[in-house]
Design a protein around this ligand. Structure first.
Ligand code: GCO
Length: 446
């Protein structure tokens, strides 16, 4: 059976994404201060192999080459993040013009090549000085973020048309403050819940701050939404799956869309932090929502014995390949956002390199093809997705997994910093240039 070609409109945005700490390197240059990820990655035992973002892809110095790659691949947009510790090294107070200049140069380079910058203000690299003062569980961090947002939008907002306040606040709150797996490595449920609330309030304050200085820019936020599916029809599994969805996905999407927070147990101590006006701030209109989608979670109640393992297709990272989930996530999101424009702000896969040729990546091509098919099908049902960003432009520092997981459509040799476009890059280029996802004979599992 042959599937039909799927097409995308000519104004559909095709892009690639990165994040500051994962690609920039140059951590001591031009007045940048320490971030929580510098501190965390330099703490023994936190990352694979002790890897850090000290050098990463050296994007700070090689950004022209990287922008040229985006242009070569026919991509019309680049989603990158700004490192707060470069811009306001003290967390609040004096602006470091030299740090801000880097983003100025990057934006100009992009625009000169006809590539739209999508600027994320926070992709996890809080200035360490603010963590030392209390971090996201502390209300003062909200004020600091609003100040920082105004500075960045004030400098770039004459040219940047899309700002993202936060990338994946759920990961920041849960992995960073509640589970202690990511920076800053705190392990306290109430800290996680307090951080989550402050991240959302900070988002609302940043929306205001950006609109005040860059009234023509669109502003949004990026959420990671993972479909939570019950491992069985047993009541305990169904309840566990619903609870996971409340704590992870609805916890952010519901207040942002005016539904307030889902209920949680009264022994959780954080609701006293909600001040008058907070929920209105969080719900203030945005111009788009970004959705990061990689895989699903199959939820088994901890009260039930494990089920026998089921053979499922996985990426090299061990994440299940589940393209249908992209449509499921978009339907779930659209049930709350209606006709608000959506972007897939991250989607991609890590696979080990083929030893003979690391640019030959048929698994990643197949992953992208199947997810783009799911995206086209979701669009054809009327879900207003306006663009797609692959994660990632480059192999980069994959957080606690260091350089062991490669997500790039461009291969990076970290010894020489040589970049080489992978087959997946050429594949995305062909789709972006033609606006068509070519038909392919279906194979088992498609
Ligand atoms: C995320 C982050 C990225 C990751 C990517 C792969 O979604 O977790 O935004 O920084 O590198 O998702 O894990």
């Amino acid at each position: 059976m042959t599937m039909p070609d799927r097409s995308f409109p000519t104004d559909f945005v095709w892009g690639a994404a990165t994040a500051a700490y994962q690609v920039e390197g140059a951590v001591h240059e031009d007045g940048r201060s320490e971030s929580i990820w510098d501190r965390f990655a330099h703490t023994p035992g936190t990352t694979f192999h002790g890897d850090t973002g000290d050098v990463a892809c050296d994007h700070y110095h090689r950004y022209r080459e990287d922008v040229a790659l985006l242009a070569e691949l026919g991509l019309g947009a680049y989603r990158f993040s700004v490192a707060w510790p470069r811009v306001i090294p003290g967390g609040t107070g004096p602006v470091n013009e030299a740090g801000l200049d880097f983003y100025d140069r990057l934006v100009d380079e992009l625009l000169a090549k006809g590539i739209a910058p999508f600027v994320t203000l926070y992709h996890w690299d809080l200035p360490q000085v603010l963590e030392d003062a209390g971090g996201w569980p502390l209300r003062a961090t909200v004020d600091a973020f609003a100040e920082y947002a105004a500075v960045v939008a004030g400098r770039l907002g004459d040219r940047v048309r899309h700002f993202v306040t936060f990338n994946e606040p759920r990961v920041v709150a849960t992995l960073g403050y509640e589970d202690g797996i990511f920076a800053p490595g705190r392990h306290d449920l109430d800290d996680g819940l307090a951080a989550a609330h402050h991240l959302l309030v900070a988002h609302g304050r940043a929306v205001q701050a950006i609109r005040a200085v860059a009234p023509d820019a669109s502003v949004g936020i990026v959420l990671d939404i993972v479909p939570k599916q019950s491992a069985s029809t047993e009541m305990l599994d169904l309840e566990s799956a619903a609870a996971a969805q409340e704590r992870h996905d609805r916890w952010f999407l519901d207040p942002l869309t005016g539904r307030g927070y889902p209920p949680d147990p009264p022994e959780n101590s954080w609701r006293h932090l909600i001040r008058d006006g907070d929920l209105e701030l969080i719900t203030a209109p945005i111009d788009f929502l970004g959705v990061n989608y990689y895989t699903r979670d199959i939820v088994r109640s901890p009260m039930l014995p494990p089920l026998p393992a089921v053979e499922r297709e996985k990426t090299g990272f061990g994440w299940e390949v589940y393209p249908e989930g992209l449509g499921e996530v978009l339907r779930f999101v659209a049930s709350r956002t209606g006709d608000l424009p959506l972007y897939i702000t991250e989607n991609g896969a890590a696979y080990p390199d083929h030893p003979s040729d690391p640019t030959h990546d048929p698994e990643r091509v197949r992953y992208l093809r199947r997810h783009l098919a799911a995206l086209a099908d979701a669009r054809s049902t009327g879900i207003p997705v306006r663009g797609y960003f692959v994660w990632s432009l480059l192999d980069n520092f994959e957080w606690i997994f260091g350089y062991s997981q490669r997500f790039g459509i461009v291969h990076v040799d970290f010894a020489t910093q040589e970049r080489r476009v992978r087959d997946s890059g050429r594949f995305l280029e062909a789709v972006a240039r033609s606006g068509r996802l070519p038909a392919e004979p279906s194979t088992a599992g498609d």
